[in-house]
Design a protein around this ligand. Sequence first.
Ligand SMILES: [Zn+2]
Length: 261
Amino acid sequence: MDKKKTYVDSHAHILSEEFQADLSEVEQRAADAGVEKILLVTTSASEAYRGMEFCGKNPERYALAYGIHPEDADLADEKVWDEFVRIAHDERIAAIGEIGLDFYWRKDNRDKQIDLFIRQIEIAKEVNKPILVHSRDAIQDTYDIMKEHRCRGVMHCYSGSPEMALEFTKLGYLLAFGGALTFKNSKRAKESAAAIKQEYLLTETDCPYMAPVPVRGTRNEPANIPYIEKELAAVRGEDADVLASAIIDNYAYLLTGVRNG
Ligand SMILES: [Zn+2]
């Protein structure tokens, strides 16, 4: 008998306010869709602590990440930083993120963002955990920093060029693709997704944002991963089952840093 296809959502914000009212239904729909592994990304210390409790109830399905988002660079005073370091060391935290650079919204605090990014990478290295990298309108700076401060992890919601995509994989980073991949005008994301080796691919929703076609414009959720993975297989001209099992392996690699086989 065929094994049911299973999926990974490597970047979900289901502990955010948008899901408070119906989180258990969202979880159930994800399970029904075969989304067996979900990496929960939290953006504040209090959300991270809630995540520890939440993930503890189902550690097979959920892993947890926390990082200081580049948009919050100005809020990262000593207190926020000390708390971040404490949480990063907690064994219930699997990954550090999302961290990175965002010059789309703000460029005036560029130096502050860069400093915060580097300091968080250094902590990730210290605790031997992967980083989840957010990069918007800042791909070259992001790359330069990641080349100099070598760690492991994933480029979340990758939107750079295919050439740059290959450069990130040369540093050992995975690239995650989400709902944007299914949009008609996302030529670059499709080209990047087609350009890299299968062993560097991940799927993500970044929910509640970026719902894929055919549910574009609605609140996104982990149950939508199959739409994204279907597009990924089509863009790459690959067998969907083979791709699905590769992505499960890639996700395990992201979390452990060890390739099996
Ligand atoms: Zn995110």
